[in-house]
Design a protein around this ligand. Structure first.
Ligand SMILES: Cc1cc2nc3c(=O)[nH]c(=O)nc-3n(C[C@H](O)[C@H](O)[C@H](O)COP(=O)(O)OP(=O)(O)OC[C@H]3O[C@@H](n4cnc5c(N)ncnc54)[C@H](O)[C@@H]3O)c2cc1C
Ligand SMILES: NC(=O)c1ccc[n+]([C@@H]2O[C@H](COP(=O)([O-])OP(=O)(O)OC[C@H]3O[C@@H](n4cnc5c(N)ncnc54)[C@H](O)[C@@H]3O)[C@@H](O)[C@H]2O)c1
Length: 470
């Protein structure tokens, strides 16, 4: 049986671990591939962050038309060329994934790439089953599980009788639909609602919760729900009942909401109701590992699982399904494999995230409802975009930056921005929190460029009502 020093399962964030510093080790990287193309390189590159944002950018351009008119600029949207947009995106991404695969397969003499699906058959013993069904066994001194997550599927009558798209497939459509129903009002639902609505598709969102993006700060979630409702048909508190095939490939979605049962006939359904970590398909019981109640591989701050020699990172183990977190965890594993006597931990304080819909949303730290729920003392301030000079220039309405701070220590508890460039505006707040900077120092000890949009953040900081003695 083949034996290696290190086996990495997954070619997403796990792929970045093995560099020239591992030249003295025999390494196997096992990868099943993602999406219908079984592409190398993981979700972010092929099916996630990168292609979605490459769609969001042209969507942002298309969506500017209405706003420009309000500023006295007559733009006209003459057309959206879906295939040209799609082919630009995947014409760039597919060769990168393929080049990554080729390099991984032959770029380092000590590394071999096994294409197939791995599962454990014993502690640190794996079976890899290739696409044609051929199996190969190997053992490894160290195993890194970086197997990611997959879209959660809907389990309602008729789901097997219709074509249901997920983020894995919807970006490669041949044609834009005229109408679509998006099931789910989270990150993926809102980003695709923005893309498809901007491209002229009539979008309906069916969401189970009473608000879109319900895990965001409640002021942000409320505003996001209001704005989405102006662009799409948003139906909240929906319970899916059934799918039925209609003529011409159309689909009837039956759902029950506060006003009773209703049917939605549409060209296409996109299901975006969360993602499931892939640990349940790895046979980890054979190693003695037990998944957490929410299906993750358990890890400590050093990314070690409870089983000696097995590590995990990214979506398969992390509560944060975010690429920058998976990357940080991969760097932790890399260091700890190279320096077993000097382990480092992943810093999970102040993980930021952004939703690239319209408007953008970005946040880090606690929401106000979380701060309240934990019984924390906090002060809060909200700065509207429309009350800073650049917001006047943009004729902005309805966007804001909201901060929560600890009145005793001056530290950030949470930051929430909804509006243009939110993902960029958040960064100084992440930096202050990560470096433990007092927010009064952040506000006063640097110049903020006038009249840049960053004045939204500066003014939110200046508006925090510090207690007299502080
Ligand atoms: C539509 C979408 C948009 C997103 N946008 C963003 C964003 O803007 N910003 C952000 O931070 N995050 C975003 N994410 C999340 C981000 O893509 C993930 O958090 C990140 O890619 C996870 O990386 P990973 O290495 O854990 O898993 P992956 O990149 O998914 O890698 C897992 C790898 O494991 C392989 N694998 C799985 N099981 C097996 C097995 N049994 N045997 C062998 N190989 C196996 C797979 O083939 C894959 O290569 C988005 C996700 C989606 C779906
Ligand atoms: N910009 C980014 O960083 C980005 C973008 C896309 C995805 N992601 C990652 O991918 C993960 C998955 O995204 P997602 O949007 O699928 O999940 P999500 O957890 O963000 O949202 C799921 C939504 O589906 C709704 N829902 C759940 N079950 C439902 C049902 N049966 N019927 C109707 N609605 C239902 C929920 O109320 C929720 O609004 C995210 O949590 C995020 O970590 C990140």
């Amino acid at each position: 049986m083949r034996h290696v020093d290190l086996c990495v399962i997954g070619s997403g964030s796990g792929n970045s671990i093995v560099d020239e510093r591992f030249a003295d080790r025999r390494v196997a990287i096992v990868d099943a591939g993602v999406g219908p193309q079984q592409a190398f390189g993981g979700t972010c590159l092929n099916l996630g962050c990168i292609p979605t944002k490459m769609y969001v950018y042209p969507a942002d351009l298309a969506a500017e038309v209405d706003h420009a008119r309000a500023l006295g600029v007559d733009l006209r949207l003459d057309g959206v060329h879906w295939r040209a947009i799609r082919d630009r995106i995947f014409g760039r991404i597919d060769p990168i994934a393929e080049a990554g695969r080729r390099w991984r397969a032959s770029g380092m003499a000590n590394v071999e790439l096994l294409r197939g699906r791995a599962h454990f058959v014993g502690p640190r013993a794996l079976r890899v089953v290739g696409a044609e069904g051929a199996a190969e066994d190997l053992t490894a001194d160290q195993v890194v599980i970086a197997a990611g997550s997959r879209p959660r599927s809907v389990d309602v009558p008729g789901a097997d009788r219709v074509v249901l798209h997920t983020s894995d497939t919807v970006m490669r459509l041949e044609e834009l639909p005229r109408e679509m129903v998006i099931v789910g009002g989270g990150y993926i639902g809102l980003e695709f609602a923005h893309v498809f609505a901007s491209f002229g598709v009539d979008v309906t969102i069916l969401n189970r919760a009473g608000m879109l993006l319900r895990k965001e700060d409640e002021d942000v979630a409320l505003r996001a729900t209001q704005v989405a409702s102006q662009r799409c048909h948003v139906h909240l508190q929906q319970h899916l009942d059934a799918f039925e095939p209609l003529d011409g490939g159309r689909i009837r979605v039956r759902a029950t909401g506060p006003s009773g049962p209703r049917a939605y006939d549409t060209d296409l359904v996109l299901v975006a109701i969360g993602r499931i970590p892939n640990g349940d398909r790895l046979g980890v019981e054979a190693t003695g590992l037990t998944l957490t109640p929410d299906g993750r591989i358990p890890v400590d701050e050093h990314q070690r699982t409870p089983v000696e020699g097995i590590w995990a990172l990214g979506d398969v183990s992390s509560p944060y399904l975010l690429k920058h977190v998976a990357n940080a965890e991969a760097r932790t594993v890399q260091h700890n494999l190279l320096h077993p006597d000097d382990l480092v931990a992943t810093d999970h304080r102040f993980v930021p995230h952004a939703v690239f819909g319209s408007p953008q949303i970005a946040a880090t730290g606690l929401t106000e409802q979380e701060a309240r729920g934990r019984g924390l003392r906090y002060i809060t301030a909200t700065q509207d975009y429309r009350d800073v000079a650049y917001g006047w220039a943009m004729e902005d309405d309805g966007h804001f930056c909201k901060l929560l701070a600890d009145p005793a220590t001056g530290q950030l508890l949470g930051a929430h921005i909804i509006g243009p460039q939110a993902s960029v505006l958040l960064q100084p707040l992440v930096q202050a929190a990560a470096l433990g900077l007092d927010l009064r120092t952040l506000a006063r000890s640097q110049y903020w460029i006038h009249p840049a949009l960053t004045e939204v953040v500066e003014n939110a900081l200046l508006a925090l009502p510090w207690p007299e003695a502080a």
